[in-house]
Design a protein around this ligand. Sequence first.
Ligand SMILES: Cc1ncc(COP(=O)(O)O)c(C=O)c1O
Length: 457
Amino acid sequence: MDGTYQGQDTKGNQWQWPPSRDFLDAYWMPFSGNRHFKANPRMVVGAEGMHYKLADGRDLMDGIAGLWCCNAGHGRKRISDAIKNQIDELDYSPAFQMGHYKAFDLANRLTAMFPGDINHAFFVNSGSESVETALKMALAYHKARGEGGRTRLIGREKGYHGANFGSTAVGGMTANRKMYGNLVTGVDHLRHTHGIEENRFTRGEPQHGAEFADDLERLVELHDPSTIAAVIVEPLCASAGVILSPKGYLERIRAICDKYGILMILDEVITCFGRIGKPNASEFYGIVPDIVCTAKALANGIIPMGATLVRSHVYDAFMHGPDYMVELFHGYTFSGNPMACAAAHAALDIYEEDGLYYKGTTLGPYWEDAVHSLKGLPHVRDLRNLGLIAGIELEPIPGAPGKRAFDLWWKAFQRGLLIRTTGDTIALSPPLIIEKEHIDFAFGLLAELLAEQDKAA
Ligand SMILES: Cc1ncc(COP(=O)(O)O)c(C=O)c1O
């Protein structure tokens, strides 16, 4: 076991490396190839800074900030201390009809980060819940204002908004939808903005395709605006392969929503907290959505935590009737959990003090050069980047979609780099503490692996 993990199970037995198939069988892993994993286990036993420690003793560079969530990197003592202190002070307080200071403080802090009158925060435990909350709020908002006929929700092809029923319904990644029947009905989708020929190999924001936003006009005409409650889009479709919004696209969606009284929901679950070189995408794109979804990096991915933020007119629409009455029949046992709030405050402290909100701007040009250095390597079909995000789109192997990227993922893992794949696109979204040496390692390795592809085949 030299160099391998020495931890013990609850009965005091040494963990086995590699673990037996029998031991691995009971856990049905989410969004995973369970059979591949159980035949090739990848056990993480520690994490520090930019790296994971694996059970076999190897280090693995985190090229994806966990799942786009550990923006301040791993092992941040300030956050773990905040959580420990919070447990001793107040472990849990009921989320309904009771409050604690840190939740109110966090609501003030978060709303101050956003432009315009985004003045209210509703706490949730994940991105999916943040979206679910936003969708329910949108329906209830129109009902509260006497426009209960506005029940239709508009998502976008290739969008990803989470794994619950509502978030799956407005999402547009076919593999995520096709097994689940009707999902939520009354949902339609904008066309996606992927594959615009003139945008291939663009550095940063793509210049072509703002007019794709006019697809919303088509849906408005088809369904009639009086039936549409809200449109939900990501600032960039991260999970579908880093599909960036064309310059001017989101502004145009905002304008069309205004024209027809439709709420605009911006799903910032990935983009909020520095991922694209500004504190959030609303600021980056200069728009004020009616509702914003956040989660992931809010507590640096350490404790489940999210927030759905709304403009004043949304909140105010509910603040009527007798004051002892519940205004919105929605919420979660763990909404605004004290530990999650403490972790979030500590994470925001780090982001602010270490300049991480702007790291994608300061280190962005170096990152961009590294991304585009892969141009011309075998089977590289497109390269996309924004802030500290990269999408490397590859030509699929005929008849085996996703296999080319998966093979690269596996090789990168064996060589000490964790990346993510979706279809045949590789995505990178490292902790924002990344430095040039890490970028050199990641793109140096990827260049090698890309160059080797056909030799290996
Ligand atoms: C844009 C977006 N929204 C929502 C979600 C769902 O978040 P969670 O997995 O925390 O439910 C994700 C997750 O990747 C996401 O990327």
